[in-house]
Design a protein around this ligand. Structure first.
Ligand code: UDP
Length: 342
């Protein structure tokens, strides 16, 4: 029997890539989204890539408890992947109440509905932001979490704790996995889905591709005086399709009863540090483009360097990042050109 996965926030950047991989792996997927931070572009792309016109799409807000409950009534949900959340660090500092209300309430509603319906497998999309400025690199799942530096980061920590506590109290009815993403970048090789930031991008790769296409004049590299080999920050950039596949491994682990504990945490990264300058150089080289960039002051809140030790996900789930940074940056550029109709 086919298993059904509910993907909250399934029309967004990560959600749409995960939906494709789940369908290709043989799952039925229900996509639910309130379209507060995306339009239907990626959902349409998902249908084209998978050749499936019949993917259920529910337009709803996960802060609406009755609507979430109805969703669980309406579909035989074996697992939920919860993406529906606000994600802009700076905005969360300016609007903490909005962030705590949305990100916590929506997740609580999912868990409440799961409890009411006799349990469920719950995959929470967490972030490497929970490690803050790490004392040792690379970070493993055992590395301590640091106090969050933004309300956004705090919602990720709190939701991890809520899931852990809920699993513990459920006597096995609710199982949970938190995937801590490093820096997801790139786009599907079809160039039919990708990142669609609203307004000026905060993240590095959309800023690079928008500069390359001429939408932005110049990329500012925030800080070149960090204690790193070339002075710019180091991150673990993980290909979006590789990251999406990690969700299929995690869901399968849950629905097939292969978990070692009822609540598990995995780092989802490559294990490879790449500096901002290295990323810019790789983008230029693989796409044959000269990028207009300048060095600018450090951005407040940025950590110097962080990358994953992905051994646990490699060994326990059998998942491993596969694509090179070059392939990923070529895909990101193809997506930007697709958007521009070029
Ligand atoms: N960055 C940059 N210029 C930009 C956007 C980001 O130099 O316009 C740098 C940022 O300082 C960080 C890295 O790129 O070192 C990754 O930033 P991003 O916002 O993509 O992800 P984060 O690691 O903050 O989650």
């Amino acid at each position: 029997m086919k298993k059904t996965v509910l993907v909250s926030g399934g029309a967004g950047f990560i959600g749409s890539h995960v939906t494709v991989e789940l369908i290709e792996a043989g799952y039925d997927v229900v996509v639910a989204d309130n379209f507060s931070n995306c339009d239907t572009t990626c959902f349409e792309g998902v249908k084209k890539i998978t050749g499936r016109e019949d993917i259920p799409l529910v337009k709803m807000d996960f802060c609406d408890a009755a609507a979430v409950d109805k969703l669980f009534d309406g579909y035989p949900i074996d697992a939920v992947i919860h993406f529906a959340a606000y994600k802009a660090v700076g905005e969360s500092v300016a609007k903490p109440v909005m962030y705590y209300k949305n990100n916590l309430q929506s997740f609580l509603n999912v868990l409440e509905a799961a409890e009411k319906h006799g349990g469920c497998n719950v995959l929470f999309s967490s972030s490497a932001t929970v490690y803050g400025e790490p004392d040792e690199l690379p970070v493993t799942e055992k590395s301590p979490r640091q106090p969050a530096t933004s309300p956004y980061g705090n919602t990720k920590q709190i939701c991890e704790d809520i899931l852990s506590d809920t699993v513990k109290a459920s006597s096995g009815a609710i199982k949970g996995i938190a995937l801590r993403y490093f820096n997801p970048i790139g786009a599907h090789p079809s160039a039919l889905i990708g990142e669609l930031p609203r307004g000026v991008p905060n993240n590095l790769v959309p800023f690079i591709t928008q500069t390359a296409i001429g939408k932005r004049e110049c990329l500012s590299i925030f800080g070149n005086d960090y204690p790193t080999p070339d002075g710019t920050c180091q991150r673990d950039y993980i290909d979006i399709v590789d990251l999406a596949k990690a969700h299929v491994y995690a869901v399968t682990r849950m629905v097939e009863g292969k978990m070692k504990k009822d609540y598990e945490i995995f780092n989802i990264g490559t294990g490879r540090p790449v500096s901002v300058l290295e990323l810019v150089n790789a983008f230029e080289k693989v796409n044959g483009i000269k990028l207009n960039y300048k060095f600018a002051p450090r951005r407040e809140g940025d950590v110097t360097a962080i990358w994953a030790d992905p051994t646990l996900a490699n060994e326990e789930m059998g998942w491993k990042a596969g694509r090179s940074v070059e392939e990923t940056l070529a895909a990101a550029w193809a997506w930007e050109r697709h958007l521009a109709g070029k």
